[in-house]
Design a protein around this ligand. Structure first.
Ligand SMILES: [Zn+2]
Length: 201
């Protein structure tokens, strides 16, 4: 599963890795992210001010969920958090997703699991990325997959153009009765545009 969450635009130093965090994944390689001396910090700040690199406004979050009836196993496990400035395009985003899937597949045999689905919301860029990753081959009409897909019913609904208003003769008595009941009260307060045309069945 992949989605985005909003983040504060705030750089920080990570003591475990001795790196500056909070920059975008798209342009982070264009500045100094490792903190070895004061000049590295100044260079990173200058690159942010000159917009060579951006502070992440969102983070791409990737998680793995196991399809199991056991609720202890069913929960999602976070495997990816990557800051983004939203300037990456579908091909770059596809690489990020593919790297995540490859990392999962490397460890999959250890847990006897396999990838059966990549899910996301309706975000257009990720949709294009998933198409680039997943749509590899055309199915043969004689193949086993095609036989199962044929049984799937597509629920398509044709949108009919609106019909013009047609006077329904069977409703005429009710319409006339309603107008007669409203008529005297309206006429007593305002002169109105004039007498209404008579309805006839
Ligand atoms: Zn950026």
């Amino acid at each position: 599963m992949f989605d985005e969450i909003a983040t504060e635009k705030r750089p920080r130093w990570d003591s475990r890795t001795n790196h500056f965090l909070g920059s975008c994944q798209e342009h982070g390689n264009q500045t100094c992210l490792k903190f070895e001396n004061e000049n590295d910090l100044k260079m990173m700040v200058e690159d942010v001010e000159q917009e060579n690199v951006h502070l992440a406004s969102e983070a791409t979050v990737g998680a793995v969920g196991l399809l199991s009836g056991d609720t202890c196993i069913y929960g999602t496990r976070l495997i990816l958090i990557s800051g983004t400035c939203k300037k990456e395009q579908a091909p770059e985003h596809a690489i990020l997703i593919q790297n995540s899937v490859s990392a999962i597949n490397i460890r999959a045999p250890d847990f006897c699991i396999g990838t059966v689905s990549l899910a996301s919301d309706g975000e257009a860029k990720r949709g294009k990325s998933l198409v680039m990753i997943m749509f590899k081959h055309s199915l043969k009409c004689s193949g086993m997959e095609a036989r199962f897909l044929v049984m799937c019913r597509l629920r398509l609904r044709a949108v009919e153009p609106p019909k013009p208003a047609v006077f329904e003769p069977s409703l005429a008595p009710a319409v006339i009765g309603l107008r007669r009941a409203q008529g005297p009260a309206q006429n007593s307060q305002s002169p109105g545009p004039g007498p209404e045309p008579e309805l006839s069945a």
